[in-house]
Design a protein around this ligand. Structure first.
Ligand SMILES: C[S@@+](CC[C@H](N)C(=O)[O-])C[C@H]1O[C@@H](n2cnc3c(N)ncnc32)[C@H](O)[C@@H]1O
Length: 259
């Protein structure tokens, strides 16, 4: 038995948005530690002997602290063999995947990563919003709304000065501050989209401008997990309703989440 940790991206919610490599890796796991934003259907790819451990947030509270998760990974890898750490989206985009790999490496545990489809690009795409488009946007920033110290990221003020598309994760609690920063740059009319539970059948969407988006969030009762997309590309939205008529998407996020 070789102790091993593979950090695997589970994609943004739609269970079909997972890579073949991730499916094969899940099937080979002895233990899976999974987060709240992982679609529970993906656990069906695991063998019936695999130990499944939920380590995400439950009713807004963490089931385990990060140091407990790190310790559990090492303990299970040494005792059971292959540990798969299954995380929403891509594990290297605001996923703390690198921290867990580093911790395991310190115990001489073999490590690997399987990238995932990040919510930052897939969620806008499912709403027909291209993050870049000729004449509308030459680049995009993906920024966390809330930093480790619970403050707004300083990068948002910098991004507000640019012409880039700005994608904010974990930003719902900082929406007022975000809109203030964009307004201060003369961007009150800039289009904004907020998408909650994107790529799933419980998806909710609000479209407005920097000036109107807070009222829309209130009216539609939009909340986390959601991404905020700010930029002219929101006006380039392509109508994908025919795609949704055909789709038969089933959502089973692991637990209700507040991220
Ligand atoms: C800790 S970050 C993890 C991001 C993840 N690693 C990724 O690449 O998508 C969690 C945040 O991602 C965003 N998010 C993840 N899945 C989402 C979804 N299906 N719909 C909307 N936002 C989502 C939300 O902003 C949520 O608060």
């Amino acid at each position: 038995m070789i102790p091993k940790l593979t950090v695997v991206g589970a994609g943004p919610g739609d269970p079909d948005l997972i890579t073949l490599k991730a499916v094969k890796t899940i099937a080979s796991a002895d233990v899976i530690l999974y987060d709240a934003l992982v679609n529970k259907d993906l656990l069906d790819y695991a063998s019936k002997h695999t130990e499944l451990i939920f380590v995400g947030k439950r009713k807004g509270c963490y089931a385990y602290q990060q140091n407990q998760i790190n310790e559990m990974i090492v303990e299970r890898a040494l005792r059971c063999g292959h540990v798969v750490r299954l995380k929403g989206g891509d594990p290297f985009i605001f996923g703390r995947g690198a921290e867990e790999l580093e911790y395991a490496k310190d115990y001489a545990i073999e490590v690997a990563v399987v990238p995932g489809i990040s919510s930052s690009s897939a969620v806008p795409a499912y709403q027909g919003i291209p993050l870049t488009k000729r004449n509308a946007s030459e680049s995009f920033w993906v920024i966390t709304g809330t930093t480790k110290s619970h403050e707004i990221s300083g990068d948002i003020a910098l991004a507000a000065k640019s012409k880039a598309t700005v994608v904010v994760l974990m930003g719902m609690g900082k929406l007022s501050e975000i809109t203030r920063l964009f307004s201060a740059e003369g961007k009150s009319e800039t289009p904004v989209a907020i998408i909650q539970n994107g790529t799933t059948d419980i998806e909710k969407v609000g479209i407005g401008t920097i000036d109107t988006i807070e009222a829309i969030v209130k009216e539609k009762q939009l909340a986390s997990p959601a991404i905020i997309i700010i930029g002219e590309v929101v006006n380039e939205r392509i109508d994908l309703s025919s795609m949704y008529e055909k789709a038969n998407r089933v959502t089973r996020f692991s637990e209700p989440v507040l991220v």
